[in-house]
Ligand binder design. Sequence first.
Ligand SMILES: Cc1cc2nc3c(=O)[nH]c(=O)nc-3n(C[C@H](O)[C@H](O)[C@H](O)COP(=O)(O)O)c2cc1C
Ligand SMILES: CC(C)CC(=O)C(=O)O
Length: 366
Amino acid sequence: MPVGLLTLAGIERAAHAQLPPEIWDFIEGGSGAERTLTANREMFGRHALRPRTLVDVSACDPALTLLGAPLRLPLGIAPMAYHRLVDPEGETATARAAGRAGALLVAGMFASRTLEEIAAAATGPLWLQLYWLRERVVLAALVERAEAAGYGALVLTVDAPRIGRRLRDLRNGFAVPSAVRAVNLDQALTAASHRATAGRSGIAEHAREQFDPALSWTDLAWLRERTRLPLVLKGILTAEDARLAVEHGVDAVLVSNHGGRQLDGAMPALAALPEVVDAVPAELPVLFDGGVRSGTDLAIALALGARAVLVGRPALWGLATDGEAGVHRVLDLLREELEHTMALLGRPRLADLDRTVLAPWPCPAG
Ligand SMILES: Cc1cc2nc3c(=O)[nH]c(=O)nc-3n(C[C@H](O)[C@H](O)[C@H](O)COP(=O)(O)O)c2cc1C
Ligand SMILES: CC(C)CC(=O)C(=O)O
């Protein structure tokens, strides 16, 4: 293994070196001035760890069950559109890697392989992410297919009534290359994503046409009636919305600001995590994504109350550099680093990772 690939940052550099600039910008970019994107990372640096000593750490066990799914560690891959932008195989390679690592895969509604192909490749827990389309029949059909194919939960993304102003995509006039398609949707529905126009983003245009910006809390009942699958809301950042999510009967919430790609200036995801955790009953799983790049980051999010943590961009870096093996390398590095962190922290069980693990950084004087 090349020495640079000992960290996710090394894999990121390798992916950057080989991807076309407009694809890199689409993946890496955030919205607006990218304040939230930057802050997602910076927040992890505000926490120091408080290691305990003389604890038997000969067996560190990060395994858990999440909404009925057995995971070897509290880690998953966040839903991301179009994995074939970076690898000819796309989501099926990602699914095999996740299964081998014992991690969760959340496939995206805009996957570039069919839901059935992804399910056939998956050997571990698999969930499906949805955006709420104006055409509810399309949504209903996808839900039916997901159930038939064995998906274990639905993740409804609620932070995107429209697409954030992603300046890199606007400057690049970004359009999804015609060879890469959201194959689970009718081609007519996604045509705008493939239309390159100077100063515009094909993805934003497409979302403007298709996403339903009128969606509100009362609509969730429509989705609930159509499925027996657990429902997760993705994009919750406040205690108010966390409480509403509980009132509306969701099975889990995912604290996320969409990797800094939606509302620029939104709270860094890690800063939002404690208020959401404190607002929901202890048994309701709170998941987290945004800026996780190491096992230390994972441990910090778990200590703040996340039941499991998802990574977005790092999975695509792995996929771009070495297909299935690359994604597996990313997940395996995170597992290795998490177990290492748990051992040196003197917290061999996930239940030991609570807020007593954390202190502010820099440590207060005196
Ligand atoms: C290229 C890319 C595509 C994404 N596509 C989706 C999507 O289709 N649906 C969704 O809910 N979130 C999407 N996201 C957001 C991720 O699910 C996740 O919230 C975010 O990437 C987490 O932050 P991280 O990349 O810093 O780990 C996407 C993110 C990226 C980078
Ligand atoms: C197709 C897009 C709507 C995918 C997305 O959510 C994103 O790029 O962040």
